[in-house]
Design a protein around this ligand. Sequence first.
Ligand code: NAD
Ligand code: WQD
Length: 335
Amino acid sequence: MNILLTGGAGYIGSHTAALLLREGHDVTLLDNLSNSDIGVLDRLHAISNREISFVQADIRETDVLERVLVGNHIDAVIHFAGLKAVGESVRLPIAYYDNNVNGTISLLRAMQATDVRTLVFSSSATVYGDPKYLPLDEKHPTGPTNPYGQTKLHIEEILRDVAASEPLWKIAILRYFNPVGAHDSGLLGENPNGIPNNLMPFVARVAAGKLPRVEIFGDDYDTADGTGVRDYIHVADLAAGHLAALGYLSRTPPGYEVFNLGTGQGYSVKEMIAAFAAASGRPIPSVVVGRRAGDIASCYADPTRARTLLGWEARLTLADMCASAWRFQSRLAES
Ligand code: NAD
Ligand code: WQD
């Protein structure tokens, strides 16, 4: 298949591109490089030994999207492009709604105009908001607690309405839990600008000696060791989930489906730090500080639906996640 990956130069998009290339698909990456760098193309080439088609553009440029969809004979789109920092979205809601929601509307216009109607969308477990029960299945009520999550929910609702309006669309919504880890080669991974907001990249930098200690945001939650519990999923498993979703869409009638992509297993902050220390062989100093505003005690998926309908499940372990993230972090230090 010819697949367009919006936001394909980013963390999850680049891993998915590597897998699609390995499986013999042709990919076009379209990215405005607002949170990624062009160097990822050389690294994808080194991994795949394939030429990568890249377009530097913004998804709000509908005419560019139309040209790419037609010119590259695109069969399906995986839509990763978006802004994703929760705290930033509270400060800059207009930018988030414009980029994420208007960007998606632009993409849908271009797809409709060019008759490409197969779409996989990167959503997030953040659409569930505060869990009313665990594990979270897809029927759990939605109720995001920040503008970033609202943009994801609005997009899901737009996609649902679009699928209902025209029975040609094949749309899969993938609600990711906490993606972590890196490509086996050590060439692709997550390297946020500035001080990381998320736990795993922060821990990796402490292990590398670039930051002094991890601040554990609260140890008084109602969890086994008092620290927050999340469903961390290896980015390589997540990439495989996209391939499974494309396979599902190709063999089923048009429609709109929602899937959790998680492992079903929660780990605490303390367990994550211990696992990373074991994988890296480095000490990881930590200090318990107050809770981070807006955090919840526990969040993990019921991944049954994806297993049953997509034939997909996460296979890689916490040790795999930490070892691959450490390999990537170590390579960064060398380059
Ligand atoms: P990322 O920032 O690494 O990748 C997103 C890419 O989209 C970046 O390369 C960025 O430059 C590009 N982009 C952003 N706005 C664009 C625009 N208007 N036009 C063109 N390109 C644009 O993030 P990621 O972690 O790879 O996330 C990919 C998707 O998955 C996002 O939609 C994100 O919201 C979603 N998601 C991520 C997580 C996570 O924790 N990483 C969890 C759930 C969902
Ligand atoms: C994990 C745990 C923190 C940093 C966020 C978004 C969510 C999704 C994934 C996109 C929590 C604790 C963290 C630190 C810590 N993204 N922590 N010290 O908050 O589950 O989810 O990323 O869709 O929308 O909200 O992930 O990695 O920030 O935190 O103790 O320095 O680690 O309190 O318990 P989170 P996270």
